[in-house]
Design a binder for this molecule. Structure first.
Ligand code: SF4
Ligand code: MSK
Length: 639
């Protein structure tokens, strides 16, 4: 299945797959057509064994399920279960990080250390932990205890969520959606959506918003903040992306999944002199580590480790024939990797106690013996090098340079003032009409849309119209591969005002802010912009929008809902699976804005989607009575 909008290396590898007759995600997607219309519309329920029930979207067949649940109830229940699954995935990631910080705080022979003491103190202060004249390990121990409470607290609310703008926190409290604790909201979602519990769609969605907030301003935020403490808060750095980052002359280890605890140690061990010597002994020049999906983003942001590719490229990475090992942990790892790996010499290894793939070697990783496991895995990769067959090698040389590693903290430094760290110049650039607004373009890729057309066309249209873009997840990897994370792209593609800002501070017009859990960094940036002043009192006042044009996962649904609950206009390509309910559609894309300040929008054409986001940004500029844009804009509202 050709993908004319994707990067060149992917196009070449899709051809290799076709020539070798190896099935990919696109082939399986095609083979799945036509997909179930009831499922797509959200009109199928199998929450109990009186069902499965399906509602006829044309009104000719059943209008309610066996229990009497109608289309509104069924779609709302289904959606908030998606939120709960997404929140659980992000938050379980966060829980692992808390455990890792615990080990680092205990010291001893732990492979982990606290790399960012400044951030440790800053986060500790959020929790009211005394930091003055105290040992780092004591502060960290107290922080671990507080972070654990975020998951299981029975009374009160998630502490770190109170760092949202005061007006937002007040609104959440008034609406009764201040998240109480991460696990509690996920559990309550499952309870409410059990047969015979919550049947009122707005009421169901209200709790979905609370569960989503427990992710964005809870589990994901804990994950990001504590990872920064452990592995270092990112600062802008240079790296490269795409299959060409692998080398025919080196042992190639691909780390794929989400959690950085293993991949960080792998990167450390693989680049040691000892492993280099072992690699030379088997005829290679060294060991090269490259990332895939959000694991890629985690080790890119802090170590500058190059990126092999994004979600839809995982099978193709093996087909290059030079991947001596692919190590996977959790989330976005396709079981379809196994049959592809069987056609090549690649050693596929699962490592998480939560995730195995039938027939795949499992080397369980625990933070307690991180280094030992990492050594075992890297040595296995080195020993597999000699199994590589030259006739199987199809490695494209394509790779793109990029700048990554932006964080809410680094915004203070690079966009900040000359004399003190501040968001003022960023706010002023918006207020004065140099930058029209900001957009977060994030999320997955999906074989149901042309690969990368959504991300790239949308981002180009936004920056052309002076909208500063921040990006995470697989969207960030797409932007990297298409050269959008280079400062020069501002001069080629951005509007004049945004160009001036990029030139003044030497940044690309698209800022890579990390992995999926790092969408919490975008929340933090929005909160900091509000706190800086001059752009309203709440996130919903800002000339900003969010988008996931090629979304796929339940995590994307959770992220979208926590952005909506934070007051953000949130655009996706294919609609949420709830189009079978007219009431839900009206509520989520219109009426909910009145309650919460944010809302959903669905638009499959990425350029038109960008225009809708710009219309929203302009509406907010008008409400804030900001100055007109300094330079003429390519897209004018009314066009
Ligand atoms: Fe059918 Fe109601 Fe059971 Fe769902 S919960 S399967 S609609 S009877
Ligand atoms: S990895 S959730 S495909 S962004 Fe975070 Fe990419 Fe989406 Fe997975």
């Amino acid at each position: 299945m050709e993908q004319p909008f994707s990067d060149k290396a992917t196009q070449k590898m899709i051809k290799v797959a076709a020539d070798l007759n190896i099935e990919t995600v696109w082939d399986r997607y095609e083979g799945m057509q036509p997909q179930c219309g009831f499922g797509s519309l959200g009109l199928c329920c199998r929450h109990c064994s009186m069902g499965p029930c399906r509602i006829d979207p044309h009104g000719n067949g059943p209008k309610v399920g066996v229990c009497g649940a109608d289309a509104d109830t069924i779609t709302a229940r289904h959606l908030i279960r998606m939120i709960a699954a997404g929140a659980a995935a992000h938050s379980d990631h966060g829980r692992t990080v808390v455990h890792t910080l615990d080990l680092a705080a205990q010291g001893g022979d732990s492979a982990y250390q606290i790399k960012d003491e400044k951030k440790l103190k800053a986060v500790a202060e959020i929790y009211g932990i005394e930091t003055k004249d105290r040992e780092v390990k004591d502060i960290a121990t107290d922080l671990v205890a507080e972070a654990k409470k975020e998951f299981g607290r029975q009374d009160g609310s998630i502490e770190i969520a109170k760092t949202a703008p005061p007006a937002r926190v007040k609104l959440w409290q008034e609406l009764g959606i201040m998240p109480r604790s991460i696990d509690r909201e996920v559990v309550e979602t499952l309870h409410r959506t059990h047969i015979g519990v919550d049947a009122e769609y707005r009421h169901i969605i209200r709790h979905g918003l609370r569960t989503a907030l427990a992710d964005g301003w809870g589990g994901s935020m804990v994950a990001t903040e504590l990872q920064d403490i452990l592995f270092g808060t990112p600062d802008p750095l240079q790296s490269t992306a795409n299959f060409g980052v692998m080398s025919e002359k080196e042992v190639n280890v691909i780390v794929h999944g989400h959690e950085p605890a293993l991949s960080d140690i792998i990167a450390e061990v693989a680049t040691s002199d000892e492993m280099k010597k072992k690699a030379i002994a088997v005829g290679a020049e060294g060991v090269s580590v490259a990332g895939m999906c959000c694991t890629a983003n985690e080790i890119l942001m802090r170590r500058g480790i190059p990126v092999a590719g994004s979600f839809l490229q995982q099978e193709l990475a093996i087909m290059t024939g030079v991947a001596d090992m692919m190590i996977v942990d959790v989330q976005c790892v396709m079981p379809g990797l196994k049959p592809v790996a069987d056609c090549f010499h690649t050693e596929l290894v699962t490592t998480s106690e939560k995730a195995k793939i039938p027939g795949v070697r499992h080397i369980e990783f625990h933070e307690e013996n991180a280094e030992k496991t990492a050594r075992e895995i890297v040595e296995l990769a080195i020993n597999n090098y000699s199994n590589r067959k030259s006739g199987d090698v199809h490695l494209p040389s394509d790779k793109e340079p990029m700048i990554a590693g932006f964080s809410a903290e680094s915004v203070y430094d690079f966009l900040g003032g000359t004399y003190r760290a501040t968001y003022r110049p960023l706010n002023n650039a918006i207020i004065e009409g140099r930058v029209r607004g900001a957009a977060g373009v994030i999320g997955c890729s999906n074989p149901n849309v042309p690969f990368e057309a959504g991300h790239i066309q949308m981002v180009k249209e936004l920056i052309k119209n002076d909208v500063l873009v921040v990006t995470t997840g697989c969207s960030a990897i797409s932007c990297a591969k298409h050269g959008l994370l280079q400062p020069e792209s501002a001069f080629k593609l951005a509007g004049k005002g945004l160009q001036e800002v990029c030139r003044a501070v030497g940044i690309p017009p698209v800022l890579h802010m990390g992995s999926c859990v790092d969408n919490s960094r975008i929340l933090r940036v929005l909160a900091n912009v509000v706190a800086e002043g001059g752009l309203g009192d709440d996130i919903s006042d800002l000339p900003a929008a969010g988008a996931a044009p090629e979304w796929m996962s339940e995590k994307a649904v959770a992220i979208g809902f926590y952005f909506v609950a934070s007051g953000v206009y949130t655009m996706i390509g294919k609609p949420l699976p709830m189009m079978g309910s007219k009431n839900m559609l009206k509520y989520l894309t219109d009426e909910i804005e009145e309650e919460i300040g944010g809302k959903w929008a669905f638009e499959e054409d990425p350029v038109e989607a960008a225009h809708k986001m710009i219309r929203h940004i302009d509406k907010k500029r008008e409400l804030l009575k900001l100055k007109p844009m300094i330079y003429e804009q390519a897209f004018k509202v009314g066009d």
